[in-house]
Design a protein around this ligand. Structure first.
Ligand code: ACO
Length: 383
């Protein structure tokens, strides 16, 4: 009997204390806390620290972590050169994040030091550098001067500040912080699994995170929120939703922002981000986009149940991600790179967890090819 499980669905590939996803109950725990406890309150740095050290930092530890982030935020000249070359080809931002992640090993003065302390140093360096990679590339590509990072602002505000060069609205910073916390870690998702597989070979954390960015990029994982927002804009008003969505489903298209491998009920991250976007849009005095999105969601869920009965397709994190990130002023091209800026905290924590109790991840495959072939010299081959 074949043991092959397509997509490894339901296969337990690791034990983790970092996050727990219950797809039937629609629950997510991060470092032991229900998502709804952390999402409106915590910052990126606090939750990254929680995952690395299994407890929240004190005020002094948080300030020290921010200071260390600051020490990792200067871009080396070689990376600026790389970005300049990428900008000349209009390379997508997420590809520059992938290339940039790989270059960060250039700044590691102790590349052979495998101590836990050094892995922690690398984890902090990667988390600190990701927002700089995105912001610096955007500004280089737009022909604008780089903005000096200020890690004391906090991760989210610093990111927006580096992108825009402006003072950051505290409500925007809070909404983005909620987004980062919400997506920081999520069980054995494809990019986290990629990072753990690479780490399990006793490779290095820069390679693991670089591979993870590649896995995140695809539309089945982190690439969905841009198209999800495009769909909402294309629909334009609630009365167009039915015909537009029906047309997509009739053509066999997938609705971006719906469906999940694990969640068979509503993704709790969608709730956390729907709440954040409701606050954001109410405050900005423009509830119309929020109301439109809610109505598109309702119609989409009804039509998914009609076209895909029994599939239990529900709203996933990406639908409201799109609304929050648009609300804080980010263009759609930055949605997936911004996901990476948040998820890198989880990737690094998983790399360290993998190292603490490492065993090479090396599954088996089921051979379905032939075994009856005999060698034919090239001059005798006919086809
Ligand atoms: N729209 C329409 N139909 C869908 C959707 C969707 N969003 N998602 C799944 N289906 C259908 C499939 O067509 C399939 O139908 P069929 O059996 O009649 O052919 C059925 O539901 C099962 O689909 P699978 O591909 O087996 O489901 P899987 O668990 O592999 O897919 C995935 C999960 C990739 C997320 C899928 O739901 C999808 O493509 N969603 C849209 C993209 C998206 O939102 N991605 C972000 C995911 S969240 C994250 O990674 C952070």
């Amino acid at each position: 009997m074949s043991g092959y499980i397509p997509g490894l669905e339901g296969v337990v590939a690791a034990q983790t204390r970092l996050s727990h996803v219950d797809g039937e109950a629609g629950e997510l725990f991060i470092g032991g806390y229900p998502l709804m406890e952390l999402a409106p309150n915590a910052t990126f740095e606090e939750v990254a620290y929680l995952l690395w050290h299994d407890r929240l930092p004190t005020a002094a530890e948080l300030a020290a972590l921010r200071a260390r982030f600051g020490s990792h935020q200067e871009l080396p000249g070689a990376v600026v050169d790389l970005m300049t070359a990428a900008a000349a080809r209009n390379t997508p931002v997420i590809d520059v994040v992938r290339m940039g992640a790989a270059t960060l090993s250039l700044q590691d003065a102790e590349p052979l030091d495998e101590s836990l302390e050094r892995q922690m140093w690398r984890s902090e360096a990667l988390c600190a550098a990701f927002p700089v990679l995105v912001a610096a590339y955007c500004r280089i590509r737009a022909g604008e001067p780089l903005v000096t990072p200020d890690a004391a602002l906090g991760h989210a505000a610093n990111y927006l500040h580096m992108l825009t060069g402006q003072d950051v609205d505290p409500d925007f910073a809070r909404a983005l912080e909620t987004y980062f916390v919400t997506v920081l870690d999520h069980g054995m998702n494809a990019s986290t699994f990629t990072a753990r597989v690479i780490m399990s070979t006793n490779s290095d954390i820069y390679s693991a995170v670089t591979g993870a960015v590649g896995a995140l990029k695809g539309p089945a994982h982190g690439g969905a929120p841009g198209p999800a927002l495009d769909m909402v804009f294309e629909i334009g008003s609630p009365e167009n939703a039915e015909a537009n969505i029906r047309g997509r489903l009739e053509r066999g298209e997938r609705l971006m922002g719906f469906g999940h491998r694990v969640y068979k009920v509503r993704d709790p991250r969608a709730d956390a981000l729907a709440l954040a976007s409701e606050r954001l849009y109410a405050r900005a005095g423009d509830r119309s986009l929020y109301e439109l999105a809610r109505s598109v969601e309702t119609t989409a869920l009804r039509l998914l149940a009609e076209y895909k009965p029994g599939r239990r397709l529900q709203t996933n994190v990406e639908f409201y991600t799109a609304l929050v990130l648009h609300g804080v002023g980010l263009p759609t091209e930055l949605f997936t790179p911004t996901f990476a800026v948040g998820r890198v905290g989880g990737w690094t924590a998983h790399c360290i967890e993998q190292l603490r109790n490492n065993r090479l991840i090396r599954p088996a495959s089921e051979y379905v090819g032939r075994v009856d072939r005999a060698w034919v010299p090239v001059e005798d081959r006919t086809d």
